[in-house]
Design a protein around this ligand. Structure first.
Ligand code: PEP
Ligand code: MG
Length: 326
């Protein structure tokens, strides 16, 4: 069956009623690009850049980062590549990140854009490197762990400075590089309509969003059974974010693990997702599955699921939908 998925991976994910859902790949390195096209990936929806920063001798320079980003952009051109700015902290550490005392609550601590806004030199090096790569392909910038409008505006102000510096240097970059915000903190989800006024796209990080909404540490095995994407709070929040994005006419994608699970893809599509980004190896099956369904049916599924209060019943509905179409 994997062979069937693979053999049709190059066809677009077009539903029976002729709606297309772009499917992108999540990557963490230049090497990860190798399998994207073969798996039918139509771009990169999430380039996690943390691995570049996990080296022993300090943070990578602008030039070192540019070498990687521009190769990724060039190899995938004209397909889009969403490069996420540094998300260190939480479960992603590096010896070069001096924290001082260990934090008792690292997932709610000094992480991602919080770190970058305090270390603007590090942030700007990365932003300039990404901007310069935009001259070589279809590059987009995405901020992780945005909690509200003020943080988004602060990040955008640093981005403006990075652009000014490149203009001064007469370095080439795409002036229209799109900028997106991850929506992975409940406060961002609740204020998604406000955030949408200041960015070009949203990408929902369900891994963190579920952890924060349900107060369930995503790496604590003791409570792993409570980490449940089928909780109505999660599904209502997804629906609300998509509605806010749709109202503001900005695309909303999903790059968390939910988008890698074929059981959830029809639901995400039915809730209004414009694109998904998943592990490359999962893309052939996801595309195959999307070709078996109708958007209308996915929308009905989403409605039914939003009317259901029991996570187990929701799980059954998703499984039944999947089995009925595959
Ligand atoms: C997420 O939180 O869903 C996400 C995609 O980011 P990460 O897993 O890197 O935190
Ligand atoms: Mg995250």
């Amino acid at each position: 069956i994997q062979k069937v998925f693979r053999s049709s991976a190059q066809k677009p994910a077009e539903t029976q009623d002729k709606h297309t859902l772009p499917v992108y790949a999540n990557i963490g390195s230049l090497e990860d690009c190798d399998e994207i096209r073969e798996a039918g990936g139509e771009g990169v929806g999430l380039f996690r850049t943390e691995a570049l920063f996990m080296k022993a001798d300090g943070f990578p320079t602008e030039e070192e980062q540019f070498q990687i980003y521009h190769q990724v952009a060039q190899r995938l051109n004209p397909l889009p590549v969403v490069i996420r700015t540094l998300d260190l902290g939480g479960d992603k550490y590096t010896s070069a990140m001096a924290f001082g005392d260990p934090e008792s609550n690292p997932f709610m601590g000094f992480r991602a854009v919080r770190f970058c806004l305090e270390h603007q030199d590090v942030f700007k090096d990365q932003l300039r490197a990404i901007l310069r790569a935009s001259a070589f392909g279809n590059v987009r910038i995405m901020y992780p762990m945005i909690s509200g409008v003020q943080e988004l505006l602060q990040a955008n102000a640093v981005l403006d400075e990075a652009k000014d510096e490149l203009r001064e240097r007469k370095a080439a970059f795409d002036e229209n590089t799109k900028v997106g915000s991850m929506i992975e903190i409940p406060s961002a989800a609740v204020t998604a309509d406000l955030l949408a006024q200041h960015c070009d796209f949203f990408s929902i990080g369900t891994n963190d969003l579920i952890q924060y909404l349900l107060a369930v540490d995503r790496v604590n095995d003791r409570i792993a059974h409570l980490y449940n994407p089928n909780h109505p709070a999660v599904l209502r929040t997804l629906a609300q974010i998509m509605e806010a994005g749709n109202k503001a006419k900005i695309p909303v994608g999903i790059c968390g693990e939910m988008a890698t699970d074929p059981l959830y893809v029809p639901l995400l599509f039915g809730l209004g997702a414009h694109e998904i980004s998943a592990t490359a190896s999962a893309l052939p099956e996801i595309k195959f599955m999307l070709r078996q369904i109708k958007l209308k049916d996915a929308q009905d599924l989403a409605k039914d699921v939003l009317n259901e209060s029991e996570p187990d019943a929701i799980a059954d509905m998703l499984e039944t939908f999947y089995l009925n179409h595959m």
